[in-house]
Design a protein around this ligand. Structure first.
Ligand code: ATP
Ligand code: MG
Length: 312
């Protein structure tokens, strides 16, 4: 991967900045279009680290684009916000070539939509915050589950387990599907979000399984296309190591009942926990943890797409 991490993106005022999330910076191309730029920032337990993971932004963008294309071929009625991975032409003419080279692989143009304010999580396996809740109450997001499940066990059927979508600095909270329907408001929209989430999870889990990866859980976001009969559209990043837990299938069974090895930010989460830094601000991640995390992300990309990762 490239040697320095890009944690801030400066377009020198050429496009207005619309928002800045934990990982992405969004710029307005026009009224209907955003330039969606993934930086190399990394967050864990809802806190952004001081330093980034070199190459991560480009990798997340490339993997999201892979999945947008894959999902559209598998689910013909699915609409996504992805337009293309070009830069708007006015940038091409006005920024330095080194800035353009850094920007190109980490950016995509997307349709600007009204964001539905929930994190549409689907869980096929019980782990993470779902496992913590189950241990206490035998439920996941308020949904009762059979007694005696082990950590990492496969659920009888994938579950739609949404959470709130917190403002920057706040924590997402697990809620029941019923509460999520209330947040979404319109019943038909809520039903469509649930249906699409489960359908996308199932298609992606099947693809992952073919290459030896278990998609334990993942998070989607959806927007509403108000100019097209309030159609529900898949937005944001999709099925990346930031938004998903990917486990190697070969070691799943032997690790039932404890944490699974994974191709995602679990390595960073475990390091933070072991150092007593979980949820703390201003954490500088040491070089070896940066490198191991980068290697995990790269392994996820290469296994899923079947393509070698070209460092930027
Ligand atoms: P995280 O995803 O790590 O929880 P975050 O929500 O702050 O953090 P980022 O990925 O840094 O997210 O920023 C992306 C932001 O862009 C999110 O707030 C997301 O809801 C929003 N977004 C995604 N797609 C669109 C779209 N098509 N139109 C408008 N906003 C979008
Ligand atoms: Mg996000």
């Amino acid at each position: 991967m490239a040697s320095t991490a890009v944690v801030q993106v400066d377009l020198q005022g050429k496009l207005p900045k619309v928002a800045s999330g934990k990982v992405r910076d969004l710029f307005a191309v026009d009224d209907k279009t955003l330039l969606f730029v993934a930086t190399d920032r990394i967050s864990a337990f809802d806190v952004v680290m001081e330093n980034g993971i070199p190459g991560k932004g480009a990798l997340l963008t490339a993997l999201s684009i892979y999945w947008f294309r894959y999902l559209q071929s598998e689910i013909p009625d699915l609409k996504t916000h992805f337009i293309d991975n070009s830069l708007p032409s006015n940038l091409d003419n006005s920024l330095s070539s080194s800035l353009l080279d850094s920007l190109r692989p980490r950016s995509m143009q997307v349709r600007r939509l009204r964001v539905i304010p929930i994190e549409s999580i689907v869980r096929g396996y019980i782990t993470g915050s779902g496992w913590n809740e189950y241990k206490k109450s035998g439920t996941v997001h308020g949904i009762p589950l059979p007694a005696g499940l082990a950590e990492g066990q496969k659920l009888a059927t994938p579950l739609w387990t949404p959470s709130t979508k917190a403002e920057v600095g706040d924590k997402d909270e697990n809620i029941t599907p019923e509460q999520a329907r209330g947040v979404i408001g319109d019943a038909a929209t809520a039903q469509e979000v649930e249906r699409l989430s489960l359908q996308i999870y199932t298609a992606a889990a099947k693809r992952a399984e073919e290459v030896g990866i278990i998609l334990a859980d993942t998070k989607f976001e959806f927007g509403v296309d108000e100019e097209n009969g309030n159609q529900v559209v898949l937005i944001d990043e999709v099925l990346t190591p930031d938004s998903s837990r990917f486990w190697p299938k070969v070691t799943w069974e032997e690790n039932l009942g404890r944490a699974q090895p994974s191709f995602d930010k679990q390595y960073l989460r475990d390091w933070l926990t072991s150092q007593g830094l979980k949820g703390k601000d201003k954490v500088v991640v040491p070089d070896d943890v940066v490198e191991r995390t980068a290697a995990k992300y790269q392994e996820a990309y290469e296994t899923i797409t079947g393509e070698k990762w070209k460092s930027g």
